[in-house]
Design a protein. Structure first.
Length: 120
């Protein structure tokens, strides 16, 4: 059962990561990244970070590789910013939820515009 402290720490990590990503100098890391979800283990030793990009799944996968190589820097920054007792091991996972959401929105807009044309 997730504790209040664990969920609060997950939210803090979720808030800090995009700013830290902007400081990563790896060219594989895209500027168009979004943190979709953060899952912190109960003991705080591991953290799954779901990443999505507006530029597509291939860009997201390349960015995940860059983030994995920069995970030491990211862990150190999180540790310093959040005053954590121990810094969790970060696992970056590519997620295409932003692209799927945009696709669904486009389909809904087409349906609404087609429906509007039939009523006129």
């Amino acid at each position: 059962m997730p504790s209040f402290k664990n969920s609060r720490m997950s939210e803090d990590i979720h808030r800090e990561l995009p700013d830290i990503f902007r400081q990563v100098k790896d060219p594989r890391v895209s500027n168009m990244l979004s943190v979709v979800r953060v899952e912190l283990a109960g003991d705080g030793s591991h953290c799954k970070v779901y990443i999505s990009s507006l530029l597509g799944m291939e860009d997201t996968k390349q960015s995940v590789k860059g983030l994995q190589s920069a995970s030491g820097f990211i862990r150190r920054e999180l540790f310093a910013r959040l005053k954590m007792r121990k810094s969790p091991e970060l696992h970056f996972i590519a997620d295409d939820s932003i692209a799927r959401g945009a696709e669904i929105t486009n389909k809904l807009e087409k349906i609404i515009s087609a429906e509007g044309e039939t009523h006129e």
